[in-house]
Write a protein that binds this ligand. Structure first.
Ligand SMILES: [Cu+2]
Length: 145
């Protein structure tokens, strides 16, 4: 019985140390920080190449790999439903729905199939992990013709 209790204590210590380890990888976001779209506008109809410009307020942009307080780099979420949002405590995936701008870019050009699409911005820290609390824009809709 004593063995079980000490094993439990060991594992809870292990879990506690993992939690503090992972929280060290998550950067704090200052109060009031926000990301937003400079363009396109919500509901805008676009055609051809779509220029997307990222706005950031209350924080600075730093490339991935550079650990400076109150900075991060942009991620563009394309056609991601609210229930498909990535884990906010882990490095963001990189795929067709999640684009990284790890060089510190503040704008991009994308092509989308005709139809309705959603765009959302999410800042990530030097390790591509969202901040605490996550700095995420409103989701906008664009109509591509
Ligand atoms: Cu990233």
């Amino acid at each position: 019985m004593k063995k079980i209790a000490s094993a439990c204590a060991f594992f809870s210590l292990l879990i506690a140390s993992q939690i503090s380890f992972s929280s060290e990888l998550i950067s704090k976001a200052p109060a009031g920080a926000s990301v937003y779209f400079i363009e396109p506008a919500d509901g805008q109809t676009v055609s051809g190449d779509i220029t997307v410009r990222f706005g950031l307020s209350g924080m600075g942009v730093a490339p991935a790999g550079i650990d400076v307080d109150n900075t991060g780099h942009h991620h563009l979420l394309i056609d991601l439903a609210d229930d498909q949002l990535p884990d906010m405590t882990q490095p963001l995936p990189s795929d067709d729905n999640v684009k990284h701008f790890g060089k510190g870019q503040t704008e991009t050009t994308i092509q989308l199939e005709p139809g309705e699409h959603t765009l959302q911005l999410l800042l990530g820290n030097h390790l591509h992990i969202p901040h605490d609390p996550p700095v995420m824009s409103d989701k906008i809709t664009v109509i591509v013709n």
